[in-house]
Design a protein around this ligand. Structure first.
Ligand code: SF4
Length: 340
C-alpha cells in the first residue's frame, strides 16, 4: 500500500511490462520497449504535483499532474496503457490529455483506447500521438469514422468484416496480457461483464507467486470473483479489498445492520451474486461459446492446454454444464431461482 499510495496505480507499469504482460499495439505484442517513459516513478518525479484521496482514506492514491501549466487528474494505470502502449504512444502529455478528454465526454478510457488501437491496426498504423485526441472527439460526437468506432470493438469489427478486436462478450480487454497472466485469461473469459479486469484480478500473485496449476487458477479466479461480488455490493474500493476482505466486512456489517453476518455467510452471498449474474447472462443467450478469448490471444499462448484445462476445472467448481449454465445442484445448494 505504501508504494501504491505514493505512486498511484501507475506503480504497476514496470513490473507488468517486465513480466511481458503489457499488451502493445492492439495486443500484437506484449512488451512495450518504451515503458520506462511511462513508469510510475518517472511520472511521479516529472509530472505529479499533488495527491488527493477519497473521503476518510489514508492511502491518497489519486494523483494530479501538471501538463502544459495546467493541473489535471493523472490517468490511472489502465488509461496510461490504453492510450500508451496499446496505441504505441510514449508521450505522457498526450496520454493525460486523452484521459482528460474522455473524462469530460464521459467516455470509458479502456474502451476508447482499445477501439482506437483496433482502428490503427485496421488502417495499417498511423501516428497515434497526432490522431488519438481528434479520434476521441469524433467518437464522442459520433462524427465521421468516430461513428463507426463509438459502439466499441465488437461492433466495429463486425462492420468492417475483420476479427482482431480485443474483447470478450463485447467488453474490451484491459492492461494485463492474458498470454502472460493465465489467471487473467480465465478471469476475462468467465467474468459476467466480459473482458473485465476488476471483478477477479490475479496479477499480483501471478507476478510475485509461484506458477499456478490449472486447478489452482480455477480456484483462485472463482474465489476472487465471489469476494469481488461482495466487495462491489458493499461499494468498497478495489485497492483496499485485499487488505480488508471478509474478515473486516463481516463484523462491520454486523455492527451496522445487527444481522448475523459471518465470513462463511459472505462467501455464500458472493457465490450467489455471481451465479445469479450468470443466470441472467444465460437467459440473454450467453453460453460457453462466449467464454472465449480472441483467436490472437489463444494462438500466442505458451500453454494453451493449461488455459482450456483451467476453464474446464472452473466449470466443474461452479457446477456449470458444458454449455456454461448453472445446473440444478447449484440452484438447490445456493437456493437460487430456477432457470427460465
Ligand atoms: S479509497 Fe481507494 S481509490 Fe480512494 S484513495 Fe483510498 S485506495 Fe485510493
Amino acid at each position: 500500500m505504501d508504494v501504491h499510495g505514493k505512486l498511484g496505480t501507475a506503480e504497476l507499469v514496470g513490473s507488468v511490462n517486465a513480466f511481458r504482460g503489457w499488451p502493445t499495439a492492439n495486443h500484437q505484442e506484449r512488451y512495450f520497449e518504451k515503458a520506462d517513459k511511462l513508469c510510475g516513478e518517472l511520472i511521479f518525479r516529472e509530472y505529479v504535483t499533488s495527491s488527493t484521496t477519497c473521503p476518510h482514506c489514508p492511502v491518497r492514491c489519486r494523483k494530479h499532474a501538471t501538463i502544459d501549466g495546467l493541473e489535471v487528474e493523472a490517468p490511472e494505470y489502465e488509461s496510461v496503457w490504453a492510450f500508451g502502449p496499446e496505441n504505441r504512444v510514449d508521450d505522457y502529455s498526450t496520454i493525460t490529455k486523452a484521459n482528460q478528454l474522455c473524462n469530460e465526454y464521459g467516455v470509458d478510457t479502456i474502451s476508447a483506447g482499445n477501439v482506437i488501437s483496433f482502428y490503427r491496426e485496421y488502417l495499417g498504423g498511423f501516428d497515434s500521438s497526432e490522431v488519438v485526441l481528434p479520434l476521441i472527439e469524433k467518437i464522442a460526437m459520433r462524427e465521421e469514422e468516430g461513428n463507426l468506432l463509438a459502439d466499441g470493438v465488437r461492433k466495429a469489427q463486425e462492420r468492417l468484416g475483420v476479427d482482431f478486436g480485443m474483447h470478450v462478450k463485447g467488453l474490451e480487454l484491459s492492461a494485463y496480457d492474458p498470454r502472460a497472466f493465465m489467471g487473467m485469461a480465465l478471469s476475462y473469459s468467465t467474468n459476467n461483464r466480459g473482458g473485465c479486469h476488476s471483478r477477479a484480478w490475479t496479477v499480483r500473485p501471478e507476478i510475485y507467486g509461484t506458477e499456478f496449476s490449472a486447478e489452482q487458477l480455477a480456484g483462485m479466479v472463482k474465489d476472487r470473483q465471489d469476494s469481488g461480488s461482495v466487495r462491489d455490493s458493499l461499494i468498497m474500493c478495489v485497492f483496499l479489498h485485499a487488505t480488508l476482505g471478509y474478515k473486516v466486512y463481516a463484523p462491520a456489517l454486523r455492527y451496522v445492520t445487527g444481522l448475523d453476518y459471518t465470513v462463511a455467510s459472505l462467501k455464500r452471498a458472493g457465490e450467489r451474486i455471481f451465479q445469479l449474474e450468470r443466470m441472467m447472462n444465460v437467459g440473454l443467450g450467453v453460453s460457453s461459446k462466449q467464454d472465449v478469448l480472441p483467436d490472437r490471444i489463444v494462438a500466442g499462448m505458451e500453454e494453451p492446454a493449461k488455459y482450456f484445462d483451467s476453464k474446464r476445472r472452473y466449470y466443474q467448481l461452479r457446477n456449470w454444464s458444458e454449455d456454461g449454465a448453472p445446473n440444478e445442484e447449484t440452484h438447490t445448494a445456493l437456493d437460487l431461482p430456477p432457470l427460465r
